[in-house]
Ligand binder design. Structure first.
Ligand SMILES: [Zn+2]
Length: 350
């Protein structure tokens, strides 16, 4: 362990998303033998994803097996391997074990995948000098990705979040399957939301919202404890969190104090969202726009916008019964009718 142990590397300053440096520490690489899979190999194997396609921005399609990012052997074999082992063991033991994990570990695992996808996308765009690069690199977004990158450094150096987690993570129990239905993944590049369902574990996260959804909606999520959710219900929760993230009208602000000497922690201070201004934290919820998000999140279920949204502002839900109790849906139900077919169960706003 030399003096350079915690040298801080920032690829955003020069937009260098090339494959000759480790994505996590910036060390120059000789070859690609230690490249890191964005979606870990155990996950690809367990859910048979190697040849499945992931859709990147700009309609680029890549099989999961090619989603790799440059990584040095230290970051790969020491820091990331131990993180993967911990997550893998918890996933294999199921929901009850997974919820016992340190939330920081879950965040790191999610942030690595999210950042890995972003890295892959930025590298493709920089390579092609693609004009659509502009769409995802407004200075404000770039600033936010930079912050995420700093948080991700917690994988390889001690980081003190000063008591306030900058993220919101919700975990729900879902039906488990032993076929293609066992895995679901979705991310929101602008809202920095991340949704993954692996076996019976469903995770919905906002990576950089100053923890505000966690603070406000923990009670909302409590009502689903002990209930196995159907994938369509998981997708619905994910649409709510994503749209809510989209409505947040404040950019989170953080002060990151970089370690200046060895063994000093990277320190992150999150500004309290509540205290920043008198304006509401979230813009008004618009059911029509929410229904658009829902349509997108439900695209596997064949529900059109017209069967989801009912004028003037009603939206179908599969989460609640008329009496407000949580709806139980059999795991093998795979056909859902929309509002036009007498299934008028109308949601409250989240
Ligand atoms: Zn490295």
């Amino acid at each position: 362990m030399g003096d350079s142990e915690y040298v801080f590397y920032n690829p955003f300053d020069s937009m260098s998303f090339t494959y000759d440096r480790c994505f996590l520490c910036g060390q120059a690489l000789e070859d690609s033998s230690t490249d890191e899979h964005v979606f870990p190999k155990w996950l690809l194997h367990k859910y048979n994803l190697w040849d499945k396609i992931i859709y990147l921005i700009n309609r680029t399609e890549l099989p999961y097996r090619l989603m790799k990012i440059p990584c040095c052997s230290t970051c790969n074999n020491e820091y990331l391997s131990s993180l993967e082992n911990e997550i893998k063991n918890a996933v294999e033991q199921g929901y009850d074990e997974f919820i016992k994990l340190d939330e920081l570990k879950i965040f790191q695992w999610i942030a690595k995948i999210f950042y890995g996808i972003l890295f892959r996308e930025l590298s493709l765009l920089v390579e092609r000098k693609d004009p659509s690069l502009g769409q995802i690199t407004t200075p404000e977004m770039l600033e936010r990705y930079k912050t995420l990158y700093v948080f991700l450094q917690s994988v390889r150096m001690p980081v003190d979040f000063n008591g306030t987690n900058p993220w919101s993570i919700f975990i729900v129990r879902c039906h488990s399957y032993d076929d293609d239905r066992a895995f679901d993944y979705r991310d929101g590049i602008t809202t920095q939301t991340f949704t993954i369902r692996v076996g019976e574990i469903g995770v919905i996260a906002c990576l950089e919202d100053s923890g505000v959804q966690k603070e406000i909606f923990s009670d909302y999520f409590k009502q689903f404890e002990g209930i196995r959710l159907h994938p369509i219900q998981f997708n619905e929760l994910s649409a709510k969190v994503t749209y809510k993230g989209y409505l947040k009208n404040r950019t989170p602000s953080y002060i990151c104090i970089l370690p200046s000497k060895n063994h000093e922690k990277l320190s992150v201070m999150t500004s309290p969202v509540q205290g920043l201004s008198n304006a509401p934290i979230f813009d008004d919820w618009d059911q029509r726009i929410y229904a658009k998000f829902l349509e997108h999140h439900w695209k596997n279920w064949g529900l059109s916008f017209d069967s989801i949204f009912v004028e003037p502002d009603l939206v179908v839900t599969f989460l609640k019964n008329d009496d407000g109790s949580v709806m139980a849906i059999d795991k093998n139900t795979n056909h859902f009718k929309g509002a036009s077919n007498d299934l008028k169960i109308i949601d409250e706003k989240y």
